[in-house]
Design a protein around this ligand. Structure first.
Ligand SMILES: Nc1ncnc2c1ncn2[C@@H]1O[C@H](COP(=O)(O)OP(=O)(O)OP(=O)(O)O)[C@@H](O)[C@H]1O
Length: 384
């Protein structure tokens, strides 16, 4: 969803913002030294039928200058609303936030000068050329003609579109359009760039290109990047990330710290009789370990999962149950997400086609194991 400007209104006209008074500025103050700092940020929408939507519910957040920060959450979690609040495009119901040192409520114009935004949906004029789109944007920011010309050249170069500057936007590929939006977001040299799902809908090649430019930006100019994404592998590449669910921040930290905090490895066993195997495994592992079986096999989470594999396989073989595949995988960001929200970030999304991946730690059962038809599951030493 795209942050909505002014009074947040156009997307859902029947609902009104509940912020009829000044946001409460008496709570703890945000830290201005951060590129983004929020304390107790709240955004509530009231519906005409008396319903209330807590889009953002007491958000505390600190993003350091120059950091690439991912904001992960399922649909409707409050990501776009947070961006709208932090970019001073919507007014908080309560709480405080500063962006590049400026308060979003008392100095919204200053905030808007300091931030660049890449909206979720394209805001480009398809009939104008790449260059013309940038010039219009420059005029909105009050840039002089000379300054606008220089920045247009620089930003088109930064996103690798110099040779397409005279092309009408409708003739550009999806990836090129996203890069052009990136150029537009950078035109006024913002200190903080907000990107709302910048790569959604792009093919892997175009996604990789957008990321290449983002990394370059960070390295060359130290721009702070605040990125909402559904792609876990993109969040994995960020310095830190926060998980938001139903308007509340449920976790934040570096990807590795968040995964380490989960601790347990995911163990999966595919056997000749998963239901029977499930009962036997339950009796073998310490009580309190949750063991389940579904169409994918028997699942459990244990610390140091790979050390459990030989033992579990031996017990099952002893009971006459053939183990086809056994694997132990360290926690992923999806596990982190599941741990904090009780569901997968991809729940309800179309399932992507299976890929042949190599888990960091995978062990095949004894030599008698038959290969999986099609070989889509990681097996011995991770060979698919
Ligand atoms: N202007 C509005 N009026 C009323 N409710 C709104 C408004 N904007 C957002 N909401 C509600 O606030 C909640 C958070 O919405 P938001 O768009 O911030 O989520 P999101 O995490 O960006 O979702 P998505 O990933 O689907 O874009 C949702 O329940 C949404 O319906």
């Amino acid at each position: 969803m795209q942050p909505r400007s002014g009074g947040d209104a156009p997307a859902r006209p029947p609902l009104l913002t509940a912020a009829t008074t000044e946001p409460d500025a008496t709570g703890p103050a945000p830290e201005e030294a951060y590129a983004i700092s929020a304390r107790g940020l709240v955004k509530t929408y009231s519906g005409p039928d008396g319903t209330t939507t807590h889009a953002v519910h007491g958000l505390d957040l600190d993003v350091r200058p120059g950091e690439t920060f991912a904001f992960l959450g399922p649909n409707g979690a409050g990501k776009s609303t947070t961006i709208a609040l932090l970019c001073a495009l919507a007014r908080p119901t309560a709480g405080r936030a500063t962006v590049a040192g400026a308060d979003v409520v008392s100095r919204p114009d200053r905030v808007r000068q300091q931030v660049g935004i890449l909206f979720q949906h394209s805001a480009l004029d398809m009939d104008l050329t790449a260059e013309q789109n940038l010039r219009i944007h420059a005029r909105l920011y009050g840039m002089s003609r000379r300054h606008s010309r220089r920045r247009t050249t620089e930003t088109l170069d930064a996103v690798g579109l110099t040779d397409r500057r005279r092309s009408p936007v409708r003739t550009l590929s999806g990836g090129m359009r996203r890069r052009l939006e990136l150029a537009r977001g950078l035109l006024h040299e913002p200190r903080v760039l907000f990107l709302d799902e910048p790569t959604t809908g792009l093919d892997p090649h175009a996604r990789a290109q957008v990321w290449e430019h983002l990394r370059d930006l960070r390295d060359r100019y130290g721009t702070t990047l605040f990125i909402t994404t559904h792609y876990l592998e993109e969040a994995e590449n960020c310095d830190r990330l926060a998980i938001i669910d139903r308007g509340r921040l449920v976790a934040q930290g570096t990807p590795s710290a968040l995964k380490d905090a989960i601790g347990d490895d995911r163990v999966v066993l595919r056997t000749g009789d998963d239901q029977a195997a499930c009962h036997i495994v339950r009796r073998t592992v310490p009580s309190g370990v949750c063991v389940t079986a579904d169409a994918e096999g028997v699942h459990l989470r244990v610390p140091d999962g790979s050390s459990w594999l030989p033992r579990l396989c031996a017990v099952l073989e002893l009971h006459g149950i053939t183990v086809h595949v056994a694997s132990a995988t360290p926690p992923t960001l999806d596990d982190v997400f599941f741990h904090h929200t009780g569901r997968s970030i991809n729940a309800g999304r179309p399932v992507p086609p299976p890929t042949l991946t190599r888990p960091d730690r995978a062990t095949e059962t004894p030599a008698s194991v038959s290969a999986e038809p099609g070989g889509a599951t990681a097996t011995a030493e991770g060979r698919p």
